[in-house]
Design a binder for this molecule. Sequence first.
Ligand code: GDP
Length: 209
Amino acid sequence: MTSNDPLVIRSLEFMGGMASIGGWRPEAALPEIAFAGRSNVGKSSLLNRLIQRKKFARVSNTPGRTREVNFFKVNGAFVFVDLPGYGYARISKERRAEWKPLIESYLRGSEQLRGIVQLLDARHDPTNDDRQMLDFLATLGVPTVVVLTKIDKLTPKERRERIAGITDILGLDEDQVIPFSAVTGDGRNELAEAIDALLAQPSWKENGS
Ligand code: GDP
């Protein structure tokens, strides 16, 4: 970690998890940044790389916590919110649909939310669940940063093609997505800067949304 790191993590505290709709969540006193993506997209790996610690997101991946909204206080100053991974193919349709009301419940009650980091697998087109999530965020008017994960798995040529393909599908410019690799650290500082910028903004709810 260098002194010009845009997101130096000095302290980290697991605050607890929101397990049910309208259930317990920490008091919304600090600015929040939430992380969303389908199961296996690389969210835990991204969080660990972002904050330069190996074990941070393990708590979110322990049985019983994977379907909760998990809250982590960073530097005593802001909160990272790890939303449950959605769209896991191997669980039943009924269970698959569970994530939505819980994430919606979290989003609607989050007075201090500054923005969402939405993860998409760089290798694939966005799934229906991804599209639904992005549409939902757009409807609510939550500032959203799109990160394309596992970019190290692509050759430079594939990388250019996939970025062009995904941004085209989503109607975004290429400079509106951050290619990221938890393995090489590509995109880590860019993401940290984007999060810094979101934190400096007023809450989306104060923005007239
Ligand atoms: P989560 O379910 O979204 O939290 O996903 P994980 O972080 O647990 O990652 C799912 C799988 O993808 C694991 O096997 C990771 O090692 C792998 N993975 C995650 N990020 C990357 C990445 O940037 N590059 C590569 N090559 N593999 C990754």
